[in-house]
Design a protein around this ligand. Structure first.
Ligand code: GAP
Length: 433
């Protein structure tokens, strides 16, 4: 983990937030390579969860919402008690719940784990902000604690504008904020982070909702594996009834084995009718659905897949980090890698080589983020690209000037092959699809 944190800083992936002012706990800034990686990660999720599917619609809701939303969703009441936090697994329980505390300690004991509690703190997970221009007349709003509610409050808007047929889903990616007591483990527990969620609406029917729940569990696990994550380090874990969030009828996590233990990457939750019925009750707007097929009206049930951005991305980085002899390699899936290709003119002081290399660079840059490196020897340039996960390096040498071919070197196998410059775009396109 320390090596990764240092690499991330040194190579422009992730910097401590507000670093020149001493930082701000629970915030990290993504540098040029990190921003690209994050963008690719979100794109991969959006492609897989929304673009390729017929019955999934995307939205982008506001971070600031009417405070009543959080009363309806249960967030204001569920998080205002004095809490203690287990320093081992970060579970929080109300300080006055002796039974629960004991059960939690027993559970850790059964796993031969020592635990300690933090001091009780009156704690609200929601981050408050003040809105308005006149001092004294400002109103308190919350920065959303989950992106979920932006979807449910727009349920009727999506119904009325696109007329989806149940079952269907609404996907969203966006920022969420939480007053975490103990942020830490690099980008694992943050106070500002992004989420990528699908809210999938089904008929209020056990079979249909459980089938959807199982289908999304499978799909979500498949997504991690499709992006190259080591299967052995992934598992499902079912939440115990007392561990579930206030809205969840059933909850499973996808976990990854980090250097600090098995940790949640995302949650798949059966939210039942909780959200739509509560918003119907609090807003007095009818959020039921009329099913043409069965000629019945009902409040749909919700199956949610809720994935973070920074946290699972940290797992992808940990998974990709390899040392082979002197070489440090980030074996990122090409879809995620910030630079897809690096272009090397063999020598920096030969004008004809540089001109040809610029030509190749420009043509590939029309499609992908491409790196340019003309410093030092080719071996060092390979090392430098391996460390940031660039899947392919292209060297323009004297043979290129004669027969218009270049050397393409693969990051993981280190194999090299000659490819004609006229075929390079197709060559990489095939590899990236
Ligand atoms: N809408 C349901 C929901 O928000 P959650 O399990 O609280 O569920 C879902 O959060 C995902 O969001 C987590 O699995 C994690 O990836 C990410 N996440 C939650 N809190 C986080 C935090 N403090 N820092 C970084 N990521 C976080």
């Amino acid at each position: 983990m320390e090596k990764l944190v240092s690499l991330a800083k040194r190579r422009g992936f992730i910097f401590p937030g507000s670093e020149i002012y001493g930082g701000l706990s629970g915030t990290w800034d993504y540098g040029p390579l990190g921003a690209e990686l994050k963008f690719n990660f979100k794109q991969a999720w959006w492609d897989y969860m929304a673009l390729r599917r017929e019955n999934i619609y995307g939205i982008n809701a506001s971070i600031l919402m009417n405070p009543k939303v959080w009363e309806a969703s249960g967030h204001t009441s569920a998080f205002t008690d004095p809490l203690i936090e287990c320093k081992k697994c970060h579970a929080r329980i109300r300080a006055d719940q002796d039974e629960e505390k004991k059960a939690h300690e027993e559970w850790h004991k059964s796993r031969k784990e020592e635990i300690e509690w933090t001091e009780p703190k009156t704690f609200n997970l929601l981050v408050e902000a003040k809105l308005g221009v006149v001092e004294g007349e400002k109103s308190t709003v919350y920065l959303r604690g989950e992106i979920t509610q932006g979807v449910h409050v727009n349920f009727k808007n999506v119904l009325d504008s696109l007329h989806p047929k149940i079952p269907f889903g609404i996907a969203q990616i966006g920022k969420a904020f939480r007053n975490e007591i103990t942020p830490g483990n690099f980008t694992y527990r943050l106070r500002e982070f992004e989420q990528m969620e699908l809210q999938y609406y089904t008929r209020p029917n056990e079979k249909e909702s459980i089938d959807a729940f199982e289908m999304w569990k499978t799909e979500r696990m498949r997504w991690y594996i499709s992006l190259g994550m080591n299967k052995e380090k992934l598992r499902f874990r079912e939440h115990a009834p007392d561990e579930r969030a206030h809205y969840a009828k059933a909850a499973w996590d996808i976990e990854y084995e980090t250097p600090f233990g098995w940790k949640e990457a995302e949650g798949i939750h059966h939210r039942g009718e909780w959200d739509l019925s509560r918003h119907t009750q609090f807003s007095k707007v009818d959020l039921s659905y009329f099913d043409e097929e069965t000629k019945t009206r009902f409040i749909p049930w919700v199956i949610e897949t809720s994935c973070g951005v920074e946290r699972p991305l940290l797992y992808f980085l940990l998974d990709a980090y390899h040392e082979e002899g002197e070489r440090v390699i980030l074996k990122l899936h090409p879809k995620l890698a910030p630079y897809k290709v690096a272009i090397f003119p063999l020598l920096a002081n030969k004008e004809n080589l540089i001109a040809k290399a610029r030509e190749v660079y420009k043509s590939l840059k029309e499609h992908w983020l491409v790196a340019w490196d003309d410093r030092g020897n080719i071996g060092k340039r390979y090392f430098s690209q391996d460390e940031i996960g660039t899947p392919w390096c292209v060297t323009i040498d004297f043979q290129t000037l004669e027969d218009d071919t270049v050397t393409v070197r693969d990051r993981d196998t280190m194999k090299q092959e000659r490819v004609s410059t006229s075929e390079l775009e197709i060559y990489f396109e095939n590899k990236l699809n």
